[in-house]
Ligand binder design. Sequence first.
Ligand SMILES: Nc1ncnc2c1ncn2[C@@H]1O[C@H](COP(=O)(O)OP(=O)(O)OP(=O)(O)O)[C@@H](O)[C@H]1O
Ligand SMILES: [Mg+2]
Length: 372
Amino acid sequence: MTLAHLEVVDLRNILAIKFDPLLVGFNFIYGPNGSGKTSILEAIYYLSRGRSFRSSAISRIIRRDTHKFRVFAQVRVSEDHDFPVGIERPLQGDLKIRIAGKDVHSTAELADLIPVQLINSHCYNLLDAGPSFRRKFLDWGVFYLNPAFLRVWRDYGLALKQRNAALRNHRSPKELDSWSKELASHAVQLNQFRQNYIEQFIPLFITTLASLLNISGLEITYQAGWDESQDFYELLSSNYEKDTQAGHTQFGPHRADLKITINKISAKDILSRGQQKLFVCAMMLAQGALLQSSANKKPIYLIDDLPAELDRVSRSDLMALLSKQETQIFVTAVEQSALSDSLSMVPVKMFHVEHGNLTEVTRVSKMWSDKA
Ligand SMILES: Nc1ncnc2c1ncn2[C@@H]1O[C@H](COP(=O)(O)OP(=O)(O)OP(=O)(O)O)[C@@H](O)[C@H]1O
Ligand SMILES: [Mg+2]
């Protein structure tokens, strides 16, 4: 899926913008600090996930002194088939979603329709923050490849909540045991989905990474969240007392992680900042490639401040790799010149943003491609 047309109204400093992005290739959005570049990516992200990557407080996102924001897109399914997708979020009340003229009540439907991968300054969290970031990354991929995942993931979360409540409230061993049984059945499935995914992901990731970084001694290990040589239900039963003392379930898929090491040292402790960015980009791109090959879906990439932390060669390598994915990409940068070398080699539409207004800059783009 790609966005053939996009409209954003009353989001951050954007009063109203409309534009027709390039369907396959780079949409390069540049402009000074505070002009609204990240806000445009935020609008696209909201359209996919039904939430922001910057703020959970809706009052921060809606343009000052207004009461709701809107994002609308014509989503291109095939050459001769578009359909409308719109979201509206008022200050008071719930998110409204309309897909092809029908009201929809689940953000999972949006996510399923418009897969979006975001690369921004928080992407380092994938390497240097806690396991929950890596679990989210993993689950994003599993969600698209396995239609049963969402139900199992939700059921597991629900059973975990109930078991933890039973532990805290010192419920009878019989009641606790029924939650343990339920938890174990979902845990085994969830773990299987994640394991299958990671088996497909790792070889793709290694190939992708090789075109960005030269790294030897890399190891990625999936950790299930418990010692898998043990039956999970039996483990829960034998940990009954320790779990009661802790007041929560100590082992399970909610503790899963990806351990990433280079020559046995944690990747975050050995890679430079720029290398970390390339590493994380390779993870996102491999995930996108897997989505294309296994689920026949193309993700839309949102890359905020692509040039940050990267030298000229790394920028070009990354752009070349992105363009090979043959998908829709939105890239921002402060300076137009920051990507001029790389952009002359790839399909691009350029947009200048200032004070929340967006203008297409076609002539400069042509001049660059003529030069190439
Ligand atoms: N709710 C709001 N209403 C109006 N303006 C807002 C609101 N929230 C943020 N802004 C302003 O919107 C502008 C756009 O912010 P945005 O983060 O999109 O800029 P940017 O172009 O990405 O800048 P940078 O290059 O510094 O990352 C900023 O000037 C900010 O102060
Ligand atoms: Mg920004």
